[in-house]
Design a protein around this ligand. Structure first.
Ligand SMILES: *[C@@H]1O[C@H](CO)[C@@H](O)[C@H](O)[C@H]1NC(C)=O
Ligand SMILES: *[C@@H]1O[C@H](CO)[C@@H](O)[C@H](O)[C@H]1NC(C)=O
Ligand SMILES: *[C@@H]1O[C@H](CO)[C@@H](O)[C@H](O)[C@H]1NC(C)=O
Ligand SMILES: *[C@@H]1O[C@H](CO)[C@@H](O)[C@H](O)[C@H]1NC(C)=O
Length: 241
């Protein structure tokens, strides 16, 4: 008897917590009025970047992640001049996927103030990643001047268009070309011919890690877990009516 009521109380509290959590999650945390597009438009010399961000759907991605990020973002914004100074065909030579990677290489999944970047440990990971992991940027500082290097391109961080959590936007006068796309050993989008070598094909879609659990055990545990969840779910429903 006592045991049953205790169980009931425990389960009811659990249901209550579940409900409370669901409610807490319902209103999306708003990051105020941070609007990346507006920041770039106001900057006045970023039309190519804005267009690329739109074409690759990354503007929506970043903007929606800004609403929920706890780490913030840093965007390195090449000017229209920077894009014009690229070798002709450099951009058009890229496939859709590579364009996305190029754009993501200009974004870090963390907010860095300029003084953060003076002391950050290199390389700093960006949103772009390949099989080898995340593509990095290196930062070096002297006085208040911060340089960013990709291994191919080095340029100064100029104007901070915005420097306030959760978003920092720094103007750069060169497009940050990743070695992975523009370096001597860049694969030029031909993974199949050389894959006969040692490294096995891993069908990863961007995300690494998350080692597969030993399957036998896992399945059994999942079934038990499912049973418990269904049971609690039924009790929760009962408690609601
Ligand atoms: C962000 O700014 C752009 C350009 O000023 C504007 O078109 C857009 O509606 C704004 N988005 C939001 C969500 O306020
Ligand atoms: C981000 O949050 C703002 C304010 O709550 C909202 O107006 C906007 O639609 C959200 N944007 C996205 C892409 O979720
Ligand atoms: C960045 O810095 C790391 C560590 O200092 C170094 O190993 C790497 O070669 C550098 N990469 C580039 C692209 O400069
Ligand atoms: C930063 O890069 C510029 C070239 O863009 C170079 O002249 C300058 O010496 C670099 N500064 C540092 C601290 O590496």
């Amino acid at each position: 008897m006592a045991f049953t009521s205790l169980t009931f109380i425990l389960l009811s509290s659990f249901c209550f917590i579940l409900q409370a959590q669901a409610q807490a999650q319902a209103p999306a945390p708003s990051s105020g009025d941070v609007n990346l597009t507006a920041i770039l438009v106001k900057g006045g010399q970023f039309t190519t970047l804005i267009k690329l961000l739109q074409d690759t759907q990354q503007l929506t991605q970043i903007q929606s992640q800004l609403n929920s990020t706890s780490q913030g973002f840093t965007v390195f914004a090449p000017t229209d001049n920077a894009f014009q100074n690229l070798k002709s065909g450099a951009l058009n030579g890229l496939g859709e996927e590579q364009k996305v990677q190029l754009i993501l290489y200009h974004v870090t999944p963390k907010y860095y103030s300029l003084s953060d970047l003076l002391t950050v440990s290199n390389p700093v990971r960006t949103q772009a990643s390949g099989r080898e992991g995340s593509w990095g940027l290196n930062f070096t500082g002297q006085g208040n001047q911060v340089n960013v290097s990709t291994g191919i391109v080095e340029t100064q961080l100029n104007n901070a268009l915005r420097q306030q959590f959760p978003l920092a936007v720094y103007q750069v006068d060169k497009v940050l070309l990743p070695e992975e796309l523009f370096g001597a050993k860049s694969p030029a989008a031909a993974p199949s011919p050389k894959s006969a070598k040692s490294s096995p094909e891993i069908p990863s879609v961007g995300k690494t890690g998350g080692a597969p659990s030993p399957s036998g055990n896992g399945a059994a545990e999942r079934n038990v877990g499912l049973g418990v969840i269904v049971g609690i779910g039924l009790i929760c429903m009962g408690a609601l009516f």
